[in-house]
Write a protein that binds this ligand. Structure first.
Ligand code: FMN
Length: 350
């Protein structure tokens, strides 16, 4: 709970660096794991479809988490203001610090539901959704969007979209600095093919300095994060954080000015008193959580898949990764997942 209180007071500070919502990646286990690396970074959930949340019997599946994960944001997908308002209430009650509306996902499934990036073509629906959500909760509601969709990719279109939602009271925007093509490109291609236009995001901040603006897309190093922070309020990192989580190792010190000693002691790392001295120390700090989650019935595969990239580039990393992916489906008994992770990390020379 220490983190929770800390976070509520410092949400804007935490926005300086956030981890992007990523379906099948940023589940509660990934967020817990990343929190052991940085106690300041703002962690986004995977997108949760509002109507799915409202109709499921066990909302814990989407909303359950450890207090240690906070400050965290839950991202909702949807375009029905009533559903989004009701879902936002559940998000707030579950202890999240912010709720985010997805206006950037271009997948077919999402388009069929008439939400995600296609909402950028209908700013009035976004306004209705934002207002309904913000009226329902006291935590901030933020918007994550692109700089355009399809042929609607001009500066005028982009600023008109943001201005309209700003007029409705929204203060926090996360901008993936490339447009999305709604037809013809897969979601993966839509994260790579349309060119990045960081200039749109910088110009937006210069013209609307009252907004809290985070930039997203293609950022891979803390140097790049620091550079962007010269002009912007925040930087959101997606793939790099997932594929190479150790990139966060110096984030507390360099991005947040939060200087703490390094330690190998799992208890100190979990309590946030120290940051992990090594990747192996980080894994050791994750193991009590693995023990608890597996005892509660969580499959080892789900807990270890987030660890694949931890030793990227080090000798033995391939064997480590193979061992985790091949053996985790068999790790079913008590203590087996923990033993497997220890055995896998022994393959690596750090
Ligand atoms: C596997 C994967 C799943 C994603 N799922 C979501 C999602 O649920 N909601 C969302 O707004 N963006 C999603 N994204 C997009 C990311 O949030 C981010 O905008 C994009 O990856 C660009 O940032 P990056 O270059 O730092 O990765 C996803 C990206 C990836 C790679």
């Amino acid at each position: 709970m220490i983190f929770s209180t800390f976070a509520r007071m410092n949400l804007d500070h935490c926005r300086r660096l956030s981890i992007a919502p990523m379906l099948d990646c940023t589940d509660r286990h990934e967020r817990y794991f990343l929190r052991l690396l940085s106690r300041n970074v703002l962690l986004y959930s995977e997108m949760v479809v509002a109507s799915g949340l409202l109709h499921c019997e066990n909302t814990d599946m989407f909303l359950g988490h450890e207090p240690l994960e906070q400050p965290a944001v839950l991202q909702l997908g949807g375009s029905n203001p009533i559903d989004l308002a009701r879902a936002s209430k559940l998000v707030e009650a579950a202890g999240f610090q912010e709720v985010n509306l997805n206006c950037g996902c271009p997948s077919d499934r999402v388009q069929n539901g008439n939400f995600g990036a296609c909402l950028m073509k209908d700013k009035n629906i976004v306004v209705d959704c934002f207002k309904a959500m913000q009226d329902a909760v006291s935590i901030p509601v933020s918007i994550k969007c692109r700089i355009g969709v399809d042929e609607f990719d001009s500066w005028e279109f982009f600023t008109d979209f943001i201005q309209t939602i700003r007029n409705a009271g929204c203060k926090v925007f996360i901008i993936h600095a490339r447009k999305a093509w709604l037809q013809g490109l897969s979601p993966k291609e839509n994260r790579e093919v349309p060119p990045l236009h960081y200039d749109f995001v910088h110009r937006l901040k210069a013209e609307m300095p009252d907004l809290n603006i985070s930039i997203n897309g293609g950022i891979k190093t803390l140097d790049q994060v620091q550079e962007q922070l010269q002009d912007l309020d925040g930087v959101m990192v997606g793939r790099e954080a997932y594929e190479n989580p150790w990139f966060l190792h110096d984030a507390d010190e360099r991005i947040f000015g939060d200087i703490r000693p390094e330690s190998d002691n799992p208890a100190d790392i979990i309590a946030g008193k120290a940051r992990p001295a090594t990747r192996k120390a980080l894994l050791e700090a994750y193991l009590p959580y693995v023990e608890k989650q597996t005892a509660d019935g969580c499959p080892a595969t789900i807990l270890v898949k987030h660890l694949y990239g931890l030793f990227a580039g080090l000798p033995g990393a391939r064997r480590y990764r193979q061992m985790l992916s091949n053996e985790s489906p068999k790790a079913r008994g008590r203590g087996e997942a923990v033993a497997l992770i220890r055995q896998a990390m022994d393959q690596v020379k750090e």
